[in-house]
Structure formats: C-alpha cells, structure tokens
Design a protein around this ligand. Structure first.
Ligand code: GLA
Length: 387
C-alpha cells in the first residue's frame, strides 16, 4: 500500500488543513488451526497477515463524521447524534458499530474525516471486516485517548459486529487483528482470553493461502445454525454434567457423555468441537517442538473433521484441499475461517510453491469451472499507528 498516495487521496477528498491526518493499519488474519472453537470457549491459533485495512483520519471542529473508502464508492456524512442508527449501506456499519461501542464505554467523540483502504481480498474469509473494526477502534483509542489495551479493542470490535452489524461471530478475528505479532501465532483460550504468542518457525516451508473465490451466499445463516447446534449439545450434556460450553469437556469426558446427545447432527458438531480443541493444543505443542510434519497432520485432521462432522466445507474448499495434498512437499492443508467458501491454508515446502500454485490452480479450474487465487502469507504485527 502506498501511504503517500492514500494521504494525497485524503487531501483531494477533504482538503488540506492545519492539523494533519493520522494513518493507522489493522491486519486480516489466517487461522492455522482451531476452527469453530472460539464461540465454544475453546482454543484457536490464528496469526495476523501483512495485508489489512488502512485508515487515514483527521479530527474536525464540527459534529459530522465523514466516511469514505477506496474500496467502495459509497460515501456518507453522519451527524454525531445519529451514529446510533444502523445504516442501510453495509460497509460503514463496521466503523459505526465501533463508534457506538466507544460511546457506550463513556467515550466522547468529535467530528472526523475518515478514509479507509483495504487490501484484504473481500469476502475471502481472511477477516476484512474485523480489520475495519479493529483499525477504527485502534485509531479512536489513540485520537481520543481512551486508554484501552489491545484485548479490550478486540472485544470492542467483536461487540460492534455482534450488536451493531448483527453477525454473531466469536472473538478470534478481532483478537488476531488487534494482538498479532510478526512471525508468531496467537494461542488463545477464548473462554478466559489468556493467550500466548508462539513463534511460527517454518524452516524451509511457507504458508500458502488459496482462495476458492466462491460467493459466500448462505454463510452467515449457516454459521448461526452451527452455533445453535452447539448450544443444543451443551443442553443435552448438561443433563448429565452441568457445563457452560463445549470447551469445558476433555476428550475423555466427551466420550463418556456423548450418548446423552440423541440427535446425530448435534453429536457430530460437538465431536468436531471437542476433537478440534484437542488437535489445537497438540498442534501448538508439536510446533513448539519443531515437529512440522506432525503439525501438518493435525491441520489435515482439522479439515477432515470440519468436512465430515461440522459440515462447513463444501466442494470448493474440499477440492482445493484434495488437490493440495497430492503435491509433493505439502505437509498439511485445511480450510480456514468460517468455511462454506473462503480460503484454505497449506504448509508447503518452499521449492514446491510454484508447482503447488500451478497444479492446484489448474486442477481447481478444471473441476470447479473458475479460478482460485493464491497468496504466500507473511505473518505480521497487529494493529498499529503508521504516522
Ligand atoms: C469466523 C468468525 C470467527 C470464528 C471462525 C470459525 O471467522 O468470525 O469468530 O468463529 O469463523 O473458526
């Protein structure tokens, strides 16, 4: 991203003033393992990417907040008194939701001019929306001196998405965007928000992200359906052992209690969650021990469980993963994010990357009928002020 060009665009839009605009950035994320576990009080293991959302912002003397983006043509000027109203245009609800959360926390905002610019592929499941929320939260916190830490900013972003945008997501995406660290993944307990940065040392391997380019369609409603199936599982299990969420069950306890769940679908969802939490903890230990091949096997297990038990993959993601696993030099491949489309992440030997992109790309196009996109991922820092 060329920051000078972006600032020039800002000046073109809003004019030059005494007080200079400030520039902030928050990244998208890729989750390495631990999928659909965050809203079950389990573990996740995401990392921040080098692409995300930039925000150029300047305070003004009046009570008007002006929104613009280089990604969408829609612009808006909204009076401070009206920011509690959800807007009919989709994208500005992310920053609006965050502003609302700031006000609820006792923050006093003034007028502002905002220009957003994102380079996360939209709708690819790499958390472009979380990056908009987090960059807004980070900037407001800095400009209005609210004193929140990164974890609190992540929670503000999540609440904006849950309460204002209306998507019932967990904490993973906003947490990764706010708290990411270069060359490390975040081992996060989503129940307590205790976390640890674990160095991602890939010696000779790289993370390759492949985008199905499938339109997301029913993703949000299916996501909410999975959440309620997990809640049902908690109710059934609680008849035998009182639990608040599935993340409290060890694998052995689950094996003993699973016959309390009479519905096949609900049982499968719970089995995914409990086994995925175990895989995530095991994967982190394997990575710490330098056992990349084992880490890759657990990634494969994660995808298979998301395909067979959680049923959130679909033919596009399964095809990418199947084709990836045929390539020599690939030691793990799985879907990442909510599923139903979006991206896969694969652990690929450096000298196999060209073949990977060529072969998987060609075979995907042949089988699905349209192209996939590929990105060799760099793990980078979380939200920050650039200038
Ligand atoms: C989406 C949500 C996250 C998480 C993942 C699945 O990315 O925003 O909170 O639930 O799906 O792991």
């Amino acid at each position: 991203m060329n920051i000078e060009l972006l600032k020039a665009e800002f000046i073109k839009l809003y004019g030059k003033e005494e007080n200079k605009p400030q520039v902030y950035f928050a990244p998208g994320r890729v989750n390495l393992i631990g999928e659909h576990t965050d809203y079950n009080g389990g573990y996740v293991f995401p990392c921040a990417l080098s692409f995300g959302t930039y925000l150029v912002v300047r305070k003004t003397q009046d009570d008007v907040i002006k929104f613009a983006s280089t990604n969408f043509s829609f612009k808006a000027s909204i009076d401070l008194n009206n920011i509690t109203v959800k807007h009919s245009n989709h994208w500005i609800n992310y920053p609006l939701g965050v502003m609302n959360e700031f006000i609820k926390q006792g923050g006093k905002l003034s007028g502002m001019e905002l220009l957003f610019s994102g380079n996360v592929p939209n709708g690819a499941g790499l958390s472009s929306s979380a990056s908009i929320e987090v960059v807004t939260a980070y900037a407001l916190n800095d400009i209005f001196k609210m004193g929140f830490d990164g974890v609190e900013l992540a929670r503000i972003g999540q609440r904006a998405e849950n309460l204002f945008v209306g998507v019932n997501c967990g904490i993973m995406d906003q947490f990764a965007s706010a708290m990411g660290k270069k060359n490390a993944a975040i081992f996060l307990n989503c129940d307590t928000l205790d976390f640890e940065w674990v160095p991602v040392v890939l010696s000779g391997y790289r993370l390759v992200i492949a985008n199905t380019n499938k339109r997301r369609g029913l993703a949000d409603s299916k996501y909410n359906e999975r959440r309620s199936e997990c809640e049902k599982a908690v109710d059934y299990i609680s008849q035998r052992k009182k639990i608040k969420n599935l993340g409290e069950l060890t694998y052995d306890e689950f094996i003993q209690l699973q016959d309390a769940i009479p519905e096949e679908n609900v049982l499968k969802r719970a089995r995914h969650v409990v086994t995925e939490i175990k895989r995530t903890k095991d994967a982190v230990n394997e990575l710490k021990a330098g056992n990349l091949v084992k880490f890759g096997e657990l990634m494969n297990g994660s995808h298979d469980s998301l395909r067979d038990d959680y049923e959130v993959t679909g033919v596009e993601l399964d095809t990418l993963v199947e084709e990836a696993r045929k390539i020599t030099g690939v030691i793990g491949s799985r879907m990442t994010g909510a599923g139903f489309g979006g991206c896969t992440v694969s652990l690929v030997k450096e000298d196999a990357i060209d073949t990977f992109i060529e072969e998987v790309g060609k075979n995907y196009k042949n089988r699905i009928g349209y192209q996939a996109d590929f990105y060799v991922a760099d793990i980078d820092d979380g939200a920050k002020r650039l200038e």
